[in-house]
Write a protein that binds this ligand. Structure first.
Ligand SMILES: Nc1ncnc2c1ncn2[C@@H]1O[C@H](COP(=O)(O)OP(=O)(O)O)[C@@H](O)[C@H]1O
Ligand SMILES: CC(=O)N[C@@H](CCC(=O)OP(=O)(O)O)C(=O)O
Length: 265
């Protein structure tokens, strides 16, 4: 079976993605990997909300989403952002199909927390729909929305959608492309990048408050993916080329606890 790589694109990085990013996606496909792109667009949702005089409000990295904000999120994520990425992939010769988690009921969800309104957490990924798309050799580009029972729609953190898809597809890698080099940790005298870490270390830094804001859902989603057979999660800066050369790796590389590792002989 072909190995799968899930690539998550954060909203902040979309305007400043390294010019080679899409060509690198094409190279992965040429090398025989299936790739799945999941995207957010948090900063664009906030910009459009502001245009109609609506302030963005967050709790632990999640956007408080009332009906009006959900509508903005749907327009921005499934509309402009999704189609921009599809067009970029098409421009380098890949056949990309843009979907939101609502299409094909790709992402089923339930309300995460009543205080957040229409924010969902993933309950199910429609794997057979994704397999059908991948079997065509197409690249699915998934906007982070979900559908609940009674057809309600939800705004879902894109890191969580990417992680759920990586888990469901048994992806080998989940690559979180963000606007920071990786996870930074403050020591008494300096701010250092965490180059390699296990889930328990990441959880520790969430508890100490070193990891905060939007990095909390990213870190927790990464931990979940690793607990479900994803071999590695990378948190990398999208202004730089994807670091496929191990020697030149820049970013945070998260791997399973040593005792959890499955060795293939
Ligand atoms: N320990 C940390 N290391 C790096 N970034 C952190 C850390 N704690 C909080 N952050 C914040 O998390 C942000 C990344 O999360 P987010 O903005 O949601 O990214 P994305 O849009 O790529 O999903 C960083 O820009 C930074 O402001
Ligand atoms: C519930 C929730 O917070 N949803 C996110 C969905 C977009 C997202 O995750 O975008 P980034 O990847 O750019 O952060 C939001 O509304 O901002």
């Amino acid at each position: 079976m072909t190995q799968k790589i899930v690539i998550k694109l954060g909203g902040n990085i979309l305007k400043n993605l390294h010019p080679d990013f899409f060509a690198q996606c094409a190279q992965l496909k040429e090398q025989g990997f299936s790739i799945i792109i999941v995207h957010g667009g948090g900063s664009m949702i906030s910009d459009w909300a502001q245009k109609i005089g609506k302030d963005a409000q967050f709790m632990n990295g999640y956007r408080v989403t009332d009906q009006e904000m959900l509508t903005i999120a749907e327009m921005v994520l499934a509309g402009t952002v999704n189609k921009q990425i599809v067009s970029k992939l098409a421009s380098i010769g890949l056949t990309a199909i843009g979907l939101s988690g609502i299409d094909l009921k790709l992402i089923e969800a339930k309300q995460q927390n009543t205080q957040l309104g229409y924010v969902g957490e993933v309950t199910k990924v429609n794997i057979s729909a994704l397999h059908t798309i991948l079997e065509q050799g197409w690249v699915p580009v998934v906007a982070s929305l979900g559908v609940g029972t009674n057809e309600s729609h939800y705004n879902i953190n894109a890191d969580e959608v990417a992680s759920a898809i990586a888990q469901a597809l048994n992806a080998s890698h989940l690559i979180m492309v963000s606007d920071v080099d990786g996870i930074y940790i403050k020591t008494s005298s300096e701010r250092k990048m965490l180059h390699k870490a296990t889930p328990s270390l990441v959880e520790y830094y969430i508890q100490t408050g070193e990891i905060s804001g939007g990095m909390i859902p990213k870190a927790r989603s990464s931990i979940k993916a690793l607990q479900h057979a994803v071999q590695e999660v990378w948190i990398v800066n999208g202004t730089k080329p994807l670091p496929f050369d191990e020697e030149l790796f820049v970013g945070t590389r998260l791997h399973q606890e040593v005792s959890d590792r499955v060795t293939l002989s």
